[in-house]
Write a protein that binds this ligand. Structure first.
Ligand SMILES: [Zn+2]
Length: 315
């Protein structure tokens, strides 16, 4: 079995890994400039890949292929970004496949980053063994992916399953970066926390004034300490995540929903709360849908590289 090269193009960090047998065997990361674009990042990404291969005494011949996780809509058949939202806006014009072919002469795929995280968890993580799975990755934004009857969803424009962060939870709600109003993301992703906190008149003045310094880590820390403002904000976000998951359940009819992203360090708070809300709100004849935390964490999208090239590994 050959190694697979995985590149997870995040908004602030690019993660690169060599994957085999469901594990990231070697990895490196570099700071990303997603506003500066993808073309400008490629030389640094190339250097990082070369360094990683050299350290493992590997060459392109040892690789089954390269998979890139992209934070936007990806035309999977064209192996190229199709539509972006404020990250790597030049990507639809960048021929990453040609660049990879020139350097390493290996097959290349590009896929949506949240869909790749789903594929990682489905094949090697918290979603193993089910044919019907949804994953929700919560961070700066919110990404989703869905497997139905053993097949990952792609759709006519490659958006199927991927736009769960932009399902509407409040049609009179906050304007989202995507142009829509009241998206899950606009009401519960960390990018919007300053607005979520600043606009909530039920919070103390001091807490609202400090909105620029709050993130999910500080909020969950304060939640654990019993800070009533943090409890209000965190509970509000968890209610939005639960509402979103009820929507995903009604749309995709999964057996399990995996929650991933940085917030899942607080799985001990999130999972029981969301599970209870979902149990009481979702219409699921016969059985409840299990909500589980990601097992692969930051590695989920990287691990997915094998799904495309080493399918024999998939159990
Ligand atoms: Zn949106």
């Amino acid at each position: 079995m050959k190694h697979c090269l995985a590149i997870d193009l995040g908004g602030t960090i690019v993660k690169i890994g060599l994957v085999r047998d469901g594990k990231v065997l070697a990895r490196t990361r570099l700071d990303a400039d997603s506003q500066g674009g993808l073309a400008g990042m490629l030389p640094a990404i190339g250097e990082a890949i070369d360094g990683l291969l050299e350290a493992q005494s590997l060459t392109g011949e040892d690789l089954a292929g390269a998979a890139m996780a992209f934070p936007g809509i990806v035309d999977f058949a064209a192996r190229r970004a199709a539509s972006t939202n404020a990250k790597y806006n030049d990507a639809p014009q960048v021929d990453v496949e040609g660049w990879i072919m020139d350097r390493y002469d290996i097959p290349f795929v590009m896929d949506n980053d949240a869909r790749m995280a789903l594929l990682g968890e489905w094949t090697c993580g918290a979603g193993r063994g089910t044919d019907n799975l949804v994953m929700m990755t919560i961070g700066t934004g919110i990404g989703t992916g869905a497997v139905i009857d053993g097949r990952p969803l792609y759709g006519r424009r490659w958006c199927a399953g991927a736009l769960g962060g932009h399902m509407i939870v409040d049609w009179r709600g906050r304007r989202c970066t995507c142009g829509n109003v009241g998206c899950v993301e606009a009401h519960s992703a960390s990018f919007f926390l300053p607005q979520i906190i600043g606009e909530d008149k039920g919070l103390s003045e001091a807490f609202r004034a400090d909105k620029g310094n709050q993130n999910f880590k500080t909020l969950f820390d304060k939640y654990r300490a019993g800070d009533p403002d943090a409890v209000r904000v965190v509970t509000g976000c968890m209610d939005v995540w639960a509402a979103a998951i009820v929507n995903y359940i009604h749309a995709y009819d999964p057996e399990k929903v995996v929650i991933g992203g940085g917030v899942i360090r607080s799985a001990d708070i999130i999972i029981p709360y969301v599970q209870q809300r979902v149990n009481s709100l979702a219409w699921t004849p016969g059985e409840k849908v299990t909500i589980v935390p990601s097992e692969l964490g930051d590695d989920a999208a990287l691990v997915a590289a094998e799904y495309y090239f080493n399918v024999d590994h998939v159990v």
